[in-house]
Design a protein around this ligand. Structure first.
Ligand code: NDP
Length: 452
């Protein structure tokens, strides 16, 4: 065992001991650490500077009470989180998730991933993440607004355009960002556009931000396919979820000539052999705020598959590409088996850590191209950084210009992951390419800035 590998094992044990029960966080650390053996063999200075220990420990973890009153006058108490993970490359940047399953460990896993993802964008942003165990499902507009206002009444003191810049994630879209921004503005008495991203276009938002994560994931997939002389044109595709990332992934696949035949929510999936009608799905999810089962009711060609994940659609059709765009650990070994049996050539993660380690292993063994979330879904945070640039210069760019920047960034992330994997003897492995490239950039900046 090399000294670097020994240190990896020791620090991983420390991480488990110090963060008991936070299994998603352990999983995220383990995945990055698995990629670092060759890096530490080549760069002992990272071991000497205790970079592994430092990079796993968030710079700051904030937990706070969020009291709010529902429409009947009942008081509810939720827990708010903001984990300011690493600011070596710039102000903390990363979304807020509102979902009943959110715990500190969830936010830590997402924040840890975010550090490396943000580095890969090549833009000057550090990593952070936040959220709450608040469940927005079934809540009225007024309840959502009061919750967001209460959340920001504490969060405002920790954020700012040079400090920490939150954005959306699961359960936090433009509506919630609006309520959060309004309260931030009211408390601080400053129109500080750059304090939050994902804003509306007329009040400091950027064109393409809404589309960016889904579009970027599809660009990344297209680059992976090109390495094997293939493309999305004519491809049959499955997308899990039907939220922000999924909707725009579906839209971009269709623009590039592929057909998405399956989508889902946490209640079940739809199979639509004619191709998902993305305008109808958007109307159902964002305007009617209905379940995906309504899609099958309103679209003659579609079939609803209750209580099954979208990978079940692979029992009915061949599949070229799968894009998990819903949540963590949603594509497990069984799902991966269905996909490989259906002939899948590429899987790219629109969501954060949606594929279990066992599923990744199985896909790799089947020689399936695999794009990890920290590379494939980095288009969202990259476009958030472009929104910050526009806010800083009081400018607003056109859709075409912004989309072109997004395309260039995704191309460069793909190239960087591919080149890094090659350099470290793991050609074609985007997981190690992304982990190593992101790690080296952050580690070098941390060393340059001293022991802080
Ligand atoms: P949304 O809240 O807009 O959508 C989430 C979607 O996932 C919904 O369709 C939801 O269904 C579904 N979902 C949630 N949990 C489950 C589950 N257990 N099983 C099946 N489906 C589920 O979130 P986003 O689209 O913004 O985020 C999706 C993923 O992408 C997350 O992992 C997020 O961290 C990641 N991401 C998002 C970015 C962004 O810019 N928004 C940027 C980078 C990554 P239901 O309505 O039933 O809950």
């Amino acid at each position: 065992m090399t000294p670097g590998s020994r240190r990896i094992a020791e620090v991983y044990d420390q991480v488990i001991g110090r963060n008991p029960g936070e299994t998603e966080f352990h999983q995220a650390v383990s995945e990055v650490f698995d990629s670092l053996h060759r890096v530490l063999a080549k760069h002992p200075e990272y071991v000497d500077a205790s970079i592994l220990e430092r990079i796993c420990e968030p710079e700051r973890q904030i937990i706070f009470r969020v009291p709010w009153t529902d429409d009947t006058g009942t008081v509810h108490i939720n827990r708010g989180f903001r984990v300011q993970y690493n600011s070596a490359l710039g102000p903390y940047k990363g979304g807020l998730r509102f979902h009943p399953t959110v715990l500190l460990g969830t936010v830590k896993f997402l924040g840890f991933e975010q550090v490396f993802k943000n580095a890969l964008t090549g833009l000057p942003i550090g990593g952070g993440k936040g959220g709450s165990d608040f469940d927005p499902k079934g809540r009225s507009e007024g309840e959502i607004m009061r919750f967001c206002q209460s959340f920001m009444t504490e969060a405002y003191r920790h954020i700012g355009d040079r400090v920490d810049v939150p954005a959306g994630d699961i359960g936090v879209g433009r509506r919630e960002i609006g309520f959060l921004f309004g309260q931030y503005k009211r408390i601080t008495n400053r129109y500080e556009s750059g304090a939050l991203t994902g804003k509306g276009i007329t009040w400091g938002g950027s064109l393409v931000r809404t589309e960016a994560t889904g579009y970027g994931t599809v660009y990344f997939t297209e680059h992976m396919l090109h390495t094997r002389g293939r493309s999305l044109d004519g491809a049959t595709v499955l997308v899990s979820g039907s939220g922000n990332v999924a909707l725009y992934a579906i839209e971009k696949v269709h623009q590039l000539g592929g057909t998405v035949v399956g989508a889902s929510d946490s209640g079940g999936s739809v199979y639509d052999p004619d191709g998902i009608d993305v305008d109808l799905l958007r109307e159902i999810k964002e305007v009617q705020r209905e379940r995906i089962s309504s899609y099958a009711e309103q679209r003659g060609s579609a079939e609803y598959i209750p209580n099954r994940q979208v990978w079940a659609v692979a029992e009915k059709t061949s599949v070229d590409v799968a894009l998990p765009c819903a949540t963590q650990n949603e594509l497990d070994e069984d799902g991966a088996k269905l996909l490989t049996k259906a002939g899948v050539a590429a899987v790219a993660e629109g969501a954060n850590m949606p594929t279990t380690p066992e599923a990744i292993r199985l896909l790799r063994e089947a020689d399936v191209l695999f794009g990890p979330g920290k590379a494939a879904n980095a288009g969202g945070v990259a476009t958030s950084a472009l929104e910050m640039q526009q806010n800083a210069t009081r400018d607003s760019w056109t859709f075409d210009h912004t989309e072109q920047r997004l395309e260039e960034i995704m191309e460069s992330i793909h190239a960087r992951c591919a080149a890094t994997a090659e350099e470290y003897g793991t050609a074609g492995d985007y997981v190690s390419g992304a982990n190593i490239a992101g790690f080296i950039q952050v580690a070098d900046a941390m060393i340059a800035q001293g022991v802080i």
